[in-house]
Write a protein that binds this ligand. Structure first.
Ligand SMILES: [Zn+2]
Length: 275
């Protein structure tokens, strides 16, 4: 495989980025035994040495192929099983060092849950939903930890029912999970995206100031509207031409960026900052 063709492919880039996020989110440090040996960019020798392609032809394709009952095979085991010629000993040591570096052991290397899943291949169907369920399953211990943390903080137990309700709240304002569902500015309303971007009373002077300035600029009255603030759409925009609409949309984007900069703070951005 020529990797250079993939380096400029933005879809593959974003898949890899998402995958890395999932990996770090779930603390999945373990190495996949489905990793290919030949032409594997993270195993540098294999990108320089075409000898590993020969391994592939002999049937040693993935890290998993190097294992015997979960343990890293000895060189003679590989020779016997795959007919590997003895001049491959150096390559064997290289790949063994690579595996050891990432798994920190050469014994009891078990497939990750993800490995099990990917091994199912396309034939099984529902791969996406299985994958999703696995991610959910993986994430549940961490909410348990969160719950324990809160219970300690509150000095009392949180019932299953209450915990479920609070998780739903957390999901609603998913920008910052594991924080209080209450708004950090007014401390009275739930910090939904709608609230935190536009409805919070503490933000009213900021947004009304901006609407006042824009109204003066266009000699027309722009009503303050959450939809306009958050999504930049509104029936009010029909009276403006394309250029004016663009200008307005920039104005709201800058406003939202300022709100984001003050997201976790008790303070609010000023209209002066926006200007
Ligand atoms: Zn608020």
């Amino acid at each position: 495989i020529d990797t250079s063709t993939y380096n400029e492919n933005c879809i593959i880039h974003s898949i890899i980025r998402t995958w890395k996020q999932i990996k770090s989110q779930f603390d999945n440090e373990s190495m996949s035994i489905l990793l290919p040996i030949a032409k594997n960019p993270s195993f540098v020798p294999s990108t320089l040495d075409s000898g590993y392609i020969q391994w592939k032809e002999l049937g040693i394709r993935t890290i998993g192929d190097l294992l015997v009952d979960g343990n890293f095979a000895s060189f003679s085991q590989l020779q016997a099983k795959f007919g590997l010629h003895k001049h491959n000993h150096f390559r064997y040591l290289q790949v063994r060092a690579y595996v050891k570096k990432h798994t920190h052991t050469l014994e009891n290397i078990i497939p990750t849950e993800f490995d099990e899943l990917f091994k199912l291949g396309g034939g099984e169907g529902h791969l996406i939903s299985q994958f999703y369920n696995m991610l959910l399953l993986r994430s549940s211990p961490s909410t348990q930890g969160l719950r324990t943390g809160w219970e300690q903080e509150l000095g009392s137990e949180i019932s299953d029912e209450l915990w479920k309700a609070s998780l739903e709240n957390i999901h609603k304002c998913s920008v910052f999970p594991n924080t209080s569902p209450l708004c950090d500015k007014c401390h009275t309303e739930e910090a939904t995206l709608l609230h935190s971007y536009s409805l919070c009373t503490k933000l009213t002077p900021f947004w009304s100031g901006i609407f006042k300035i824009l109204s003066d600029m266009f000699h027309t009255e722009l009503r303050m509207e959450p939809l306009l603030i958050i999504l930049g759409v509104s029936g009010q925009l029909f009276q403006f031409n394309k250029r004016q609409q663009q200008l307005l949309s920039y104005a709201f984007i800058i406003g939202k960026k300022l709100v984001l900069m003050f997201w976790k703070k008790a303070e609010v951005p000023s209209v002066k900052l926006w200007l």
